[in-house]
Design a protein around this ligand. Structure first.
Ligand code: ATR
Length: 513
């Protein structure tokens, strides 16, 4: 079980104490980042552990290591000595840990720390280049058995994270902290325990102070949503693979359910640039189930050991469950989409209705297959026309490009318009993929995107008087199906109603925080 460490980066001692008191209930220990304090405030660091009333790490991070300390090494040693001076026989009044770097050479200071029970965290921060042999580096860093060795590497790909994970498995012998800094490594902070890390650092991001390090997550998010302090090797891990993964409700949805049910499980985002690497990582982390999103719904298929009939028929997969031999693939987008659309238009099928599908990626495959199953007819328009043709010809649908010619064809397919492309999604360009089309106001318009809740496309449809809705309802419906797929049980109705009543509001609150 990893501890949660609140990184304090305010300019004054007083402000740090205020932040600590606000988040104390989530905090196992705090790190005082002396380098972030105003110079005058640095004179008062000695009493901080006593004022904080919990174990504190004393850290003065240099600018070369990603911190803010720009004075010389002599000044830094003096400050560290100030922090450790006048040690009390009651160790609660001393710093519990001091973070000193791999290249720090002041044996007397280390000796003084040890004498009064201050543990040494021996750290190495690699911001620009990857550390090739992490186990070797850790072995050479550790100067005595009681030190905690910390390596924080800026990761630029899933492969970098994979190397860190492999290293963590090789060095099980001693206390260590391994952090993958940056977006690709976000799950190393949630699953710190699986990475063999003694602790996970977090920031109070809703305060105005700077985050302690790139990719550091909010303490409330780590403690409340991901329940990091409860994760052990028995916790069932599920997650979501895709990129950039900045616009998904799933972590909130699944973790809220696990928490309401008091289930020992967690759902984690796994942003990735490589399917092979993320599959190796999730196997290494003993992940039991995965949701798949943009842009991997089609590319994942060759990696599956088995798949459902629907995946084989439409060529898109958004749900992976772990079976003995590997991954079993299923598709819950189909069911989620049709349930959501039929509910909105209050019908049981799509007979006599003509639809335009915008986009021809993985999710468009599910949409097209369901429209066909429900007796509807469709026109598929996509930037890359051959992809629209590939899907359309399976169902004798029409196809075209997002150009004048394609738009002209829409006059016969405009009962319902379904936007499935990633245009307008947070993290992608905020334009309107159908800007050449003028809405009549009679269309039913669905945008599968729900972050932001209203895309430029949906806003234009609303202004024209169309009946509009976004993909939030669909994603919740498909996630319920995914839950059943992952766990073999349905979400209890009582819990689902709790989520449905407070869900959209709570989710929007998280989004706007
Ligand atoms: P998903 O699995 O969610 O469907 P995807 O397979 O990556 O995601 O598909 C993304 C869709 O958004 C595709 O239809 C893509 O069009 P192309 O096939 O031409 O790539 C569409 N898309 C992405 N960016 C676009 C843009 N700037 N303009 C128009 N369409 C775009």
């Amino acid at each position: 079980m990893s501890k949660l460490c609140l990184c304090l980066t305010a300019k004054t001692i007083q402000r740090n104490l205020e932040i600590l008191s606000k988040y104390r209930k989530f905090t196992d220990l705090a790190e005082l980042r002396v380098d972030c304090l105003d110079p005058d405030e640095r004179l008062y660091i000695r009493r901080f552990p006593e004022l904080a009333g919990l174990p504190v790490i004393l850290t003065i991070r240099r600018d070369v290591d990603g911190g803010h300390f720009t004075g010389g090494e002599g000044a830094r040693v003096k400050l560290l000595a100030n922090g450790l001076a006048y040690a009390n026989t009651d160790s609660r009044y001393n710093y519990a840990y001091v973070d000193i770097e791999d290249d720090f050479e002041v044996p007397s200071l280390e000796e003084a720390a040890r004498t009064f029970g201050t543990k040494i965290i021996r750290s190495c921060h690699s911001l620009n280049g990857f550390i090739e042999n992490i186990p070797k580096k850790m072995r050479t860093m550790q100067r005595s058995g009681d030190e905690i060795v910390k390596i924080a590497v800026a990761v630029k790909s899933a492969n970098d994270v994979l190397q860190v994970l492999k290293a963590s498995k090789k060095i099980i012998a001693h206390n260590k902290i391994l952090i993958c800094m940056g977006h690709y490594g976000i799950y190393s902070r949630v699953l710190a325990d699986r990475f063999g890390s003694y602790l996970s650092y977090a920031s109070a991001l809703s305060e105005s102070e700077v985050p302690g390090a790139p990719g550091q997550m909010d303490i409330c998010e780590l403690a409340e949503l991901y329940r990091v302090q409860r994760i052990t090797n028995k916790t069932k891990v599920y997650g979501l693979i895709g990129y950039p993964l900045k616009a998904s409700v799933s972590p909130w949805f699944f973790n809220t359910i696990f928490s309401l049910e008091n289930t020992d499980a967690v759902y984690v985002p796994f942003p990735t640039d490589s399917i092979n690497d993320i599959l190796e990582i999730t196997e290494g982390l003993d992940v039991k189930g995965l949701s798949v999103t943009v842009p991997y719904k089609e590319a994942i298929i060759p990696k599956l050991i088995k798949s459902s009939e629907i995946v084989q028929a439409i060529g898109a997969c958004n749900t992976l469950s772990r079976i003995d031999e590997g991954w079993y693939g299923d598709n819950t987008d189909c069911g989620g989409f049709s349930e959501s659309l039929l509910h909105f238009i209050n019908r049981k099928n799509l007979k006599y209705l003509k639809t335009t599908i915008v986009g021809a990626g993985g999710v468009a495959r599910s949409v097209a297959s369901e429209i066909h199953r429900l007796g509807g007819k469709a026109l598929i328009l996509n930037r890359t026309v051959y992809k629209a043709k590939n899907i359309a010809s399976k169902y004798s649908f029409k196809w075209g490009g997002l150009d004048n010619q394609g738009i002209e064809m829409m006059s016969k397919f405009n009962d319902i318009i379904i936007q499935t492309s990633s245009v307008g999604m947070e993290g992608y360009e905020a334009s309107d993929p159908l800007d050449l089309y003028s809405f009549t106001g009679d269309e039913v318009v669905m945008d599968l995107i729900y972050v932001p809740p209203v895309t430029p496309f949906l806003r234009r449809a609303m202004s024209a008087g169309c009946k509009t809705f976004n993909g939030y309802d669909m994603v919740i419906r498909q996630a319920c199906m995914q839950y059943a797929n992952f766990t073999g049980t349905e979400i209890p109705q009582k819990i689902l109603s709790q989520i449905n009543t407070t869900g959209a509001n709570a989710w929007n609150k998280i989004r706007s925080a």
